[in-house]
Design a protein. Structure first.
Length: 528
């Protein structure tokens, strides 16, 4: 049996983040990744055609750039090869009859784009941006603190002192709204309302789910102010840089190394892991799993060492609806009916709030939506290294589809098996894109479709294609994530820690759970 101070299961960005801090502190770190390619939901590759580099899943680095990990390791990541491309045209929405609403980092251009639909909404947007700038210095730090904690309480106190008691309650009231309530309370035009709604859907907030306003509020304004950043040459280079740092501190990262069991001693303490090839690795201080909480406790941990009540709670941890990816290699750019969105990093095609609400309802009821929400990513418009001259990559995130469909809301796809449904549903996606960009399909040189089943096969954390490893609805978010009583990365198995999107603060490249768990481990020196 070989050994380490800490064995990290999984090379998602949270596992790698924790590994960087622990290796830097002198711990002997071994990261074990089941896939051939590290990075989890942060991977890139030439999946359509040689010369066309696609981010397979995550692409927008905004959260990562605001993370403590980037603060602490940014210069080293850059030295190890990470470079950024930042789009000053972060997002847009297109609507019928060739209309579109685009956001820019340039305030005046954004206001003019909104004023095309409603001068009052342009004024309201300016108020929303001002409000964001007032509250975000208090709100963002809270999203990077352990919950519950003394530190978090102090953060709330600081916020209350700055905003006043009423101001704090007003903010709370906004955060608890559904996305629809939020956009309707600020804006009157249906285009401006529709522009913000899809940001809730990047998590699993359909327009009418309470608590979903947080994400459209924060993401729409943050991307407008900062632009949208991607990694030059593909997000895989971020992962590559993180691994270089770990190795530089003496850590090891092994791919094709699925962990099949957490080893425990007679007292029920985690002592190491067993791999699928039969090897075992002892962990002197901790096993840190970058594995979603359900898979961890349903597949890797011996149920007899965990109390029944905890297992019951874990079994109730819900996943959100799935996602499907369609990657295109194009001979030219997307021929949008409205050319103002040609360089927008993301173009959302809902089009309107009620359409997105219907899509969400159909997906959660188990039906293939008759008209899915499309997030069309145009990375090669900003990163020219991703496609040959004059040609382009297109990244389409299809939100949302059921992981295990029971039927088709449009009634035309009769199979319910993703391997046969994938190409049929991709055609529906292309038909919708073609409505807003006539001629786009004639520019397709190659296409790769990744169904929810493919997502899960590649990364067991994406259960049913859930891109964020578990619903973020209020009953399993904040201090309730992943389950009540266990929001601070420890588990009932002493010596076993858990990080990743199924833990606070949830999905996205925020790197926070990796950071916070590493700090807690270093403080406790691995004692539980
Ligand atoms: C299609 C898609 C688009 C997205 N877009 C964005 C975006 O633009 N911006 C953004 O911020 N977020 C985005 N997200 C969300 C974000 O990518 C994820 O929330 C985040 O990457 C999750 O990181 P993680 O640390 O939880 O680990 P994961 O990325 O889930 O990685 C965990 C790793 O652990 C490995 N593993 C699991 N079990 C085992 C085992 N038993 N043995 C060994 N290895 C194991 C897996 O193979 C995987 O590599 C997107 C997600 C998807 C799927």
């Amino acid at each position: 049996m070989s050994d380490a101070d800490v064995v990290v299961i999984g090379s998602g960005h949270n596992g790698l983040s924790a590994a960087m801090y622990l290796a830097k502190a002198g711990w002997k770190v071994v990261v074990l990744e089941q896939s051939q390619v590290p990075g989890g939901a942060a991977k890139s590759g030439e999946v359509t055609k040689p010369g066309f580099i696609h981010d397979l899943y995550a692409t927008n680095l905004g959260l990562f750039l605001g993370s403590p990990v980037y603060r602490d390791f940014g210069p080293m990541l850059t030295q190890s090869g990470l470079a950024l491309e930042v789009s000053s045209e972060p997002y847009a929405s297109v609507f019928p009859h060739g209309t579109a609403l685009s956001m820019y980092t340039d305030a005046e251009k954004s206001l003019a784009s909104i004023a095309n639909f409603s001068p009052e909404d342009a004024e309201a947007w300016q108020h929303l941006v001002d409000y964001f700038q007032r509250v975000s210095p208090y709100l963002f730090p809270l999203l990077q603190m352990p919950v519950p904690s003394f530190e978090f309480g102090r953060g709330i106190f600081r916020m209350t002192r700055a905003l006043g008691w009423t101001g704090t309650q007003e903010l709370l009231s906004l955060l608890l709204q559904s996305p629809r309530e939020f956009v309707e309370s600020w804006f009157s035009s249906k285009e401006m309302q529709a522009l913000l709604i899809p940001w809730g859907f990047h998590l699993d907030y359909g327009p009418d789910v309470s608590g979903g306003a947080t994400f459209p509020f924060l993401e729409s304004v943050a991307d407008h102010l900062n632009g949208m950043a991607i990694a030059r040459g593909g997000i895989g280079l971020l992962v590559h840089s993180m691994i270089n740092i770990i190795k530089g501190y003496g850590g090891q990262v092994e791919v094709n190394a699925p962990v099949t069991q957490i080893l425990t001693d007679n007292a029920g303490h985690a002592t190491g892991v067993k791999l699928s090839d039969g090897r075992t690795i002892a962990a002197r201080r901790a096993v840190l799993a970058n594995v979603n909480i359900r898979t961890l406790f349903e597949s890797l941990v011996d149920p007899t060492v965990v109390n029944h009540g905890f297992l019951k709670r874990i079994q109730k941890f819900r996943f959100g609806p799935g996602t499907m990816m369609v990657h295109l290699a194009l001979s030219g750019e997307v021929p949008w009916l409205n050319p103002s969105v040609t360089r927008s990093m993301y173009v959302h095609i809902g089009p309107y709030v009620n359409d997105v609400a219907r899509t969400y309802q159909q997906a959660v009821a188990g039906y293939l939506p008759d008209s899915p929400l499309l997030v069309v990513g145009q990375q090669s418009q900003w990163d020219h290294s991703r496609a040959p001259d004059g040609m382009h990559t297109v990244w389409i995130q299809v939100r949302a589809v059921p992981g295990h469909p029971i039927g088709d809301a449009a009634g035309s796809i009769v199979t319910t098996d993703w391997s046969t449904m994938g190409p049929l549903y991709a055609q529906r996606v292309l038909d919708k894109l073609e409505e807003y960009a006539p001629g786009v399909t004639s520019r397709i040189l190659a296409m790769t479709v990744m169904t929810p089943q493919d997502l899960q096969n590649d990364n067991p954390n994406l259960v049913g294609g859930d891109s964020i490893s578990g619903s973020h609805h209020l009953d399993q978010f904040y201090f309730l994530r992943p389950v009540p009583g266990w929001s601070r990365y420890r588990t009932p198995v002493p010596g076993l820690w858990v990080v990743g999107a199924s833990t606070w603060p949830g999905g996205g490249l925020n790197a926070v759970s990796g950071y916070l768990a590493a700090q807690a481990l270093l403080k406790s020196r691995g004692r539980h």
